[in-house]
Design a protein. Structure first.
Length: 263
């Protein structure tokens, strides 16, 4: 692409979001199943198997079962996965194979509007999957309300954070197969050491400090606190971290996609 408008982002980006929603509506029966069935698989596996071995845990002064401990973390991981994979693999397909972005830039849409819509669409996918998963988990009595309702806007914030860094990787990699690198080096360590399956206090001090660099650590902390109605001032730090992550990586993602698409 040899040209592309740039400038302030207008409400026209909503049209790009609507386009992605229309495509999603054609495939919703397939994409609806993973967030519906995944929590059932995890809860049965951990609740029937591993929970018996681990027993109860202490969290914020509460004694909780192991399955109750990991249930909010599964929601946080679900937010990460939906936003990240939507703005890596799916965005790469739209960019490289379908040439959707090139077609959009032939219209009055600016690249900033297109990429902003991509990030917000990734966050929207995270919210939709979260609502489905949270509904399923609620039937097991593992989420306390009204605090649990805060998980929905949190899913949007987390979706923007992971969608932005995902789009940054999309503007960086040369081939779709190369996404295995950020998944292995970025997503997998967070999945294992972000406070998902065991308390961070069980890690060595140096590992705890590294874990607090991960955005998933803060997303898990917030999700777990909301699901347990365990509100305290430490949550403000985690919210600020995710907001800062969005502020930093959203323009970086747009910058990398501009360099990738406009030559």
């Amino acid at each position: 692409m040899s040209a592309g408008a740039s400038g302030p982002i207008s409400k026209r980006f909503i049209r790009v979001w609507q386009r992605n929603l229309t495509v999603y509506q054609r495939l919703w029966k397939v994409t609806f199943l993973p967030p519906l069935l995944e929590p059932l698989f995890y809860l049965v596996a951990f609740g029937v198997g591993l929970s018996v071995l681990v027993g109860d845990l202490q969290y914020q002064g509460f004694t909780v079962s192991y399955v109750a401990f990991i249930a909010p973390a599964l929601i946080a991981v679900n937010i990460m996965y939906n936003a990240f994979f939507e703005n890596t693999y799916a965005s790469f397909v739209r960019m490289y194979y379908q040439k959707t972005f090139d077609a959009m830039m032939a219209t009055p849409l600016s690249l900033e509007e297109i990429m902003t819509a991509e990030i917000i669409w990734g966050a929207t996918r995270a919210v939709m999957a979260t609502v489905i998963m949270q509904t399923v988990i609620s039937f097991f009595g593992l989420i306390q309300y009204p605090g649990g309702l805060l998980v929905i806007p949190l899913a949007f914030l987390g979706g923007i954070a992971f969608g932005a860094i995902a789009l940054f990787f999309t503007g960086t990699v040369d081939a779709i197969e190369m996404f295995s690198l950020p998944i292995f080096l970025f997503i997998t360590p967070m999945f294992l050491f972000g406070g998902t399956f065991f308390p961070l206090e069980n890690l060595p001090l140096w590992a705890q400090k590294v874990a607090f660099i991960f955005p998933l650590t803060h997303l898990v902390h917030l999700t777990r606190a909301f699901c347990f109605n365990a509100m305290d001032y430490s949550l403000l730090w985690s919210v600020a971290y995710l907001v800062a992550f969005c502020v930093v990586f959203s323009p970086l993602a747009i910058y990398k996609m501009r360099r990738r698409l406009i030559k």
